[in-house]
Every structure is written in structure tokens, then in C-alpha cells.
Write a protein that binds this ligand. Structure first.
Ligand code: SF4
Ligand code: SF4
Length: 357
């Protein structure tokens, strides 16, 4: 590591260069191309002739310390202690010795971890905190994702899908997941305004902060009650005010639920990046297995698998057949909820009932 990059104190993580496998340090900036070997296995080749093998396994994101230790032991055994976590909660083992690739795969699969999620497979589902951690979650993250993945598990190891399939989950519209840009995405939604506990607001919340926290200006002071009031017309149920004031609870078990979006992507390949668009405005929140949600996602997946041409991402398939046809094939009703007239959405979202492009 250069002198300039050396940390001046012991605060914070070590510089990432210290953590790189030797083969990556040796070939930094020299990688020439990569090959897709099979589901979950990639080979990067350097102009020096060195080859780096990546073995990707899916993780459920929330990991016990014993599981992390298990991964670390595998990394010690096969890859000089090196592994990395991807943004989709995969664990990638980085090997410079080709002869260790198959033994590693055998061992991780024997322990129950799936190897896959590369190429035209289903990627691991990216998701947020849910009920395990976040205060504003309209639904659970790990539970819904587990229920969905239990049904789609085989696609994680199956690379004959029309294109890569990325599914995302966020547990409220603040959207810590990649819902806006994934092929299929589901998001927990609140549909009713926060319930105001005047006494709690008066005693426990800084009213100027509460008012400032609202992105739509829906909150104003209520001096009589030493509290606030909320303009229902302006509220978009984001829960930001609840973040700064626990006496404005937005939880509503009956009305909270899940919306499903489709057709987003980040890639520039073939067509530009696309935002996801609303397909199903609301499904009920039904733990522990969320059957309505799971059936809907499986249906949306299967119609794409069956009808898309090779190479077509979800949104590209819909653009080719038209949204009208998509709703027909998916057997979904088109409702007024599908029309987004939010002022900043005009370039990206549907703004009229005229379907034909
Ligand atoms: Fe919390 Fe919303 Fe992020 Fe979920 S998406 S972790 S509820 S802020
Ligand atoms: Fe404003 Fe969001 Fe609170 Fe509604 S939920 S009042 S939009 S901060």
C-alpha cells in the first residue's frame, strides 16, 4: 500500500488493498476477459496469463456468526483466506488454483449451500431489513424472500433462462433494496396516514424536526394539543415522520401490504437502463408464508420464462409485446392505481390510460 493511502489512525476498516488476494494485486488493471464456466463459476484471465476462479454461493443474508466462521474456514482451506460478499448477498470464493474449484463446490453443496446465480440464472434476491430490524417496515423482508425463494430455488442453479433474472425486495417505499431497477420487485407499502398520539408527540418529539422530516409538507403544528396534524391529501405514507417521532405510528396490519413492480434493469446491454413499473398495486400481508405474494411472483416469472426470446430481460420482453399484452398474459387487471401522475414521474411512468406505444 502506498504511503498516501496508509491510515493515520486505527479508526475504521483497513484499506481494501490490504485485503486483496495476491493474484488480484499482481494483476491489478491487467484483466483481459472473463469466461462463464457454469452456474456459479467464473474465470477471469489476465494479460499475464494468470487465471482467477470465482465460486458463488447464495446466502440468506442474515447470517449467524457460526455460519460466517464456516465460510471463513472454507476460504482458509481453498483460497488462502479470501472471500467476498456481493451486493446480492452472495458469498464469492476467489481461487487461484483451478484444481481446488471442484472440491470446494462439492464441500459447500454437501453443507447445503447452492452454487449458482451467475449468467442466465436467477440471481440471489436482494432485500432489506424487515421486521428483524427496521421500524418502518410494512412487511417482513427475510420471511417474504425465504417464501419466494423456496419456490424459485431451482432457478438459482439453472442457467437456461431467457436472460438473467434479478428479483428485489424492499420493506417500505424508502426502498433500501433495488426495487426500482430489477426485473421483478416487491415492496411493502403503507396505505394509511400515521396515527397521531398527541400526548406522546407533546412529551417526546421535537415538533420542528417532525415537520421538517416530511418530504411533502403534509405536517403542520397543532398548537392546541402541543402536537401536529397531518394533511391526508398530501401524505404519501413514507413513514419518515415516524422515524423522528415514535408517537406517529404508521403501522396498520389491515391496510399495509405488498406491491409488485416489473421490468427494471441497470444494464446498458441491448437497451438502456429502465425503471420498474407497477404490475400489482397491493397484495395482503400474510405471514408466515405470504401465499398470495409467492403465487404472484411465480406467475410473473413463469410467463417470462415461457414467452421471452433468448436474451430478453423482463422489461425488454414487455416492451416488445406491449404492456397491454403483458397484463393479458399475466392475467392482471389494469386499474387506476397503475396510473402515476406524480409530477416528477412524467418521463418514466405511465401517465394515461392510452396503452399503445
Ligand atoms: Fe426500513 Fe424501509 Fe429500508 Fe425496509 S426499505 S429497511 S422499512 S427504510
Ligand atoms: Fe409526511 Fe411521510 Fe409522515 Fe406522510 S408518512 S406525513 S408523507 S413524513
Amino acid at each position: 500500500m502506498s504511503e498516501v493511502l496508509k491510515p493515520k489512525t486505527d479508526i475504521g476498516p483497513p484499506h481494501y488493498e490490504e485485503q486483496l488476494p495476491q493474484i488480484i494485486k499482481d494483476n491489478y488493471g491487467k484483466w483481459k476477459y472473463h469466461e462463464y464456466i457454469k452456474p456459479g463459476v467464473l474465470k477471469h484471465v489476465s494479460e499475464t496469463g494468470d487465471a482467477l476462479y470465482t465460486v458463488r454461493i447464495g446466502s440468506p443474508r442474515l447470517l449467524a456468526i457460526t455460519t460466517i466462521r464456516e465460510f471463513a474456514d472454507l476460504a482458509d482451506k481453498y483460497c488462502d483466506g479470501h472471500l467476498r460478499f456481493t451486493s446480492r448477498h452472495n458469498v464469492e470464493f476467489l481461487l487461484s488454483d483451478e484444481s481446488k474449484v471442484e472440491p470446494l463446490i462439492e464441500e459447500v453443496e454437501a453443507k447445503g449451500w447452492p452454487v449458482g446465480g451467475t449468467g442466465n440464472c436467477l440471481n440471489n434476491i436482494i432485500h432489506t431489513q424487515g421486521w428483524i430490524h427496521c421500524h418502518s417496515a410494512a412487511t417482513d423482508a427475510s420471511g417474504t424472500v425465504k417464501a419466494v425463494m423456496d419456490r424459485l430455488y431451482d432457478y438459482f442453479k439453472y442457467d437456461k433462462l431467457p436472460a438473467k433474472l434479478k428479483i428485489s425486495m424492499a420493506c417500505c417505499l424508502n426502498m433500501c433494496g433495488a426495487v426500482h431497477c430489477s426485473d421483478i420487485a416487491f415492496v411493502g407499502i403503507h396505505r394509511t396516514i400515521p396515527k397521531i398520539n398527541d400526548e406522546g408527540v407533546a412529551k417526546g418529539c421535537e415538533i420542528p424536526n417532525v415537520i421538517a422530516s416530511c418530504p411533502t409538507g403534509a405536517i403542520k403544528p397543532n398548537p392546541k394539543a402541543k402536537s401536529v396534524s397531518i394533511n391526508e391529501e398530501k401524505c404519501m405514507y413514507c413513514g419518515n415522520c415516524y422515524t423522528v417521532c415514535p408517537s406517529l405510528s404508521i403501522m396498520d396490519p389491515k391496510n399495509d401490504g405488498i406491491a409488485i413492480f416489473v421490468g427494471g434493469k441497470v444494464a446498458n446491454a441491448r437497451s438502456g437502463p429502465q425503471f420498474s413499473r407497477l404490475a400489482i398495486p397491493w397484495l395482503p400481508n400474510t405471514p408466515p408464508r405470504w401465499n398470495e405474494l409467492v403465487d404472484a411472483i411465480v406467475n410473473l416469472t413463469e410467463i417470462w420464462v415461457k414467452n421471452a426470446k433468448p436474451g430478453e430481460r423482463y422489461g425488454e420482453w414487455i416492451e416488445r409485446i406491449g404492456w397491454e399484452k403483458f397484463f393479458e398474459i399475466a392475467n392482471l387487471p389494469f386499474t387506476d392505481k397503475h396510473i402515476d401522475d406524480f409530477i416528477f414521474s412524467i418521463p418514466t411512468f405511465r401517465t394515461s390510460t392510452n396503452f399503445k406505444f
